[in-house]
Design a protein around this ligand. Structure first.
Ligand SMILES: *Cc1c(COP(=O)(O)O)cnc(C)c1O
Length: 436
C-alpha cells in the first residue's frame, strides 16, 4: 500500500470519471441555481491532510489529542465567518445544509412542536417541513404560501397565519423563490407571536455576503447557510446566531444555556460526531475570498446576470413566475407553452443542448414534483466563469428555442453548437487535469 500513489495509477476508473466530469462542467452552461464553481484553493484545502484528523468537540475543548493546529484552523474559520456576516456567534461544523437545519430544530424544538415554513411547492426547502422529510415527520409543520396572483409573499398573510397557529419557530428562506425576502418583517412577526425566527440563507448567502440582499443577521435569532451555493465554497454549512436566548424564560427556563450554547451542543454532541476539518479549512478559504472587494463585484454581477437573463427570456415570450427576479434565480412557468407537467422532457432537451437546469414545481403546481411545469435557473455558476449580460442573451435564446420547440431533438442539437462555442470562450480551471 503506497500512500503516495496518484489516483491516475491507483484507480484509473475513478480518475477517468473525474476527468469526464471536468469536461462536462467545462463544456456545459451550468444554470442550476444551487450550484457553483468553487476556487481551486478551496479544493486544495478540502483535499488536504486535515482529512486524516479527528477532533470531536470545539476549539480547546476536544476529546482527542493532536488538535493544536485544528484548534487554530477552526478558530480562524469562525472569526472569518463572524467578520463576513457580522454575526455574534458562528458554528462552522455542520456537514451540510440539512444537518444544520436539523441541529437548529433539535436545539429549539421538542418533538411535535409546531413551526411555520415556506411551502415547498412555491419555493421552500424539503427541510422546511415537507411530509417526506424529518422536519415534517418529527415536528408539526404549517406553511405559508405565495399570493396566487402576484406569486410573491404577502407578509400580512404570513402574519395572520402566525397569529392563528402560534408556532414555536418561524422559518424564512428559499430554494425556488425568485424574489427578495424581508427578514425584518419575519422577525417582527416572530416577536409578535413569541416564536423563534430561523432564516435559512443557503441559496442567497453569496448575495448577503456581497451586500446585494438584505441580511437577516441583525434580526433573526438563528441563521443557517450552506457554503457551496452562491457563497462559492466547499460543500458544507454553518449556523450563526445571537448569544442571548430571547425566549429563554418562556421555553428554556430550566436550562442555564444561552442560545449559542444551545446551538453548539445540538450540533455536537447532539447530532454529529467529529467535524470534517478538511472541509472546515476549505470553508475558511472561501470566507477569506468572500471578504475581498472582488466578491462584491461578483455578487452584483450574479444579480445583474439574472435580471438580464429574465428580461431576455420574457422578451422571447417565456413566462416567468412572478414576472421577473430580484435575486440569482429564475423560475420559468411552462404552462402557457402547453408544457404543463413536462418539466422532465424540457430538462432532458436542455441537457442535450448543453444547458443544465432543473425541473421545478410552479406555485400551486397542477402536476406533480416528478413531472412539474416549471424550470429553475440561476446565475451563480456562469457568473463565476466570467459570463456577463451579453452571454445571458445567447443562453436565453437557446432556452427559448428548446422550450418553443417542445423538446425537438434537432433544435437541441443546433443549440448545443452555440453553447459549445460560448463555453469554449470561458475556460474553467485552465490547465487543470486531476487536482494536484
Ligand atoms: C440547499 C438547501 C438546504 C440543504 O442543503 P444540503 O447541503 O443539500 O443538505 C437547506 N435549505 C435551503 C434553503 C437550501 O437551499
Amino acid at each position: 500500500m503506497n500512500l503516495m500513489n496518484d489516483i491516475e495509477t491507483s484507480d484509473p476508473k475513478i480518475s477517468d470519471m473525474i476527468l469526464r466530469e471536468l469536461k462536462r462542467q467545462e463544456e456545459g452552461v451550468e444554470l442550476i441555481p444551487s450550484e457553483n464553481y468553487t476556487y481551486r484553493s478551496v479544493m486544495q484545502a478540502a483535499g488536504s491532510v486535515f482529512t486524516n484528523k479527528y477532533s470531536e468537540g470545539y476549539p480547546h475543548k476536544r476529546y482527542y489529542g493532536g488538535n493544536e493546529i485544528v484548534d487554530e484552523l477552526e478558530t480562524l474559520a469562525i472569526e472569518r465567518a463572524k467578520k463576513l456576516f457580522g454575526c455574534e456567534h458562528a458554528n462552522v461544523q455542520p456537514y451540510s445544509g440539512s444537518p444544520a437545519n436539523q441541529a437548529v430544530y433539535f436545539a429549539l424544538l421538542n418533538l411535535k412542536d409546531k413551526f411555520l415554513g415556506f411551502n415547498l411547492t412555491s419555493g421552500g426547502h424539503l427541510t422546511h417541513g415537507s411530509h417526506v422529510n424529518f422536519s415534517g415527520k418529527n415536528y408539526t409543520c404549517v406553511s405559508y404560501d405565495v399570493d396566487p396572483k402576484t406569486e410573491m409573499l404577502d407578509m400580512e398573510v404570513v402574519r395572520k397565519i402566525a397569529i392563528k397557529e402560534k408556532p414555536k419557530m418561524i422559518i424564512s428562506g428559499l430554494t425556488a423563490y425568485p424574489r427578495k425576502i424581508d427578514f425584518k418583517a419575519f422577525q417582527e412577526i416572530a416577536e409578535e407571536v413569541d416564536a423563534y425566527h430561523m432564516a435559512d440563507i443557503s441559496h442567497i448567502a453569496g448575495l448577503v455576503a456581497g451586500g446585494v440582499h438584505q441580511s437577516p443577521i441583525p434580526y433573526a435569532d438563528v441563521v443557517t447557510t450552506t457554503t457551496h451555493k452562491s457563497l462559492r465554497g466547499p460543500r458544507g454549512a454553518i449556523i450563526m446566531c445571537k448569544t442571548e436566548d430571547r425566549l429563554h424564560d418562556l421555553y428554556h427556563a430550566n436550562s442555564k444555556k444561552n442560545l449559542a450554547q444551545l446551538i453548539d451542543s445540538a450540533v455536537f454532541p447532539g447530532l454529529q460526531g467529529g467535524p470534517h476539518d478538511n472541509v472546515n479549512a476549505a470553508k475558511a478559504v472561501a470566507f477569506n475570498e468572500a471578504l475581498k472587494p472582488e466578491f462584491k463585484t461578483y455578487a452584483t454581477q450574479v444579480v445583474k446576470n439574472a435580471k438580464a437573463l429574465a428580461e431576455e427570456l420574457m422578451a422571447l415570450d417565456i413566462k416567468l413566475v412572478s414576472n421577473g427576479t430580484d435575486n440569482h434565480l429564475i423560475l420559468i412557468d411552462m404552462r402557457p407553452d402547453g408544457l404543463t407537467g413536462e418539466g422532465k422532457l424540457i430538462q432532458n432537451a436542455l441537457d442535450a443542448a448543453g444547458i443544465t437546469v432543473n425541473k421545478n414545481t410552479v406555485p400551486y403546481e397542477p402536476s406533480t414534483p416528478f413531472n412539474p411545469s416549471g424550470m429553475r435557473l440561476g446565475t451563480p455558476a456562469v457568473t463565476s466563469r466570467g459570463m456577463k449580460e451579453s452571454e445571458m442573451k445567447v443562453i436565453a435564446a437557446g432556452i427559448a428555442k428548446v422550450i418553443k420547440s417542445k423538446g425537438d431533438k434537432t433544435v437541441s442539437a443546433n443549440v448545443h453548437k452555440d453553447i459549445l462555442e460560448l463555453t469554449a470562450k470561458f475556460p474553467l480551471y485552465p490547465g487543470m487535469s486531476i487536482l494536484k
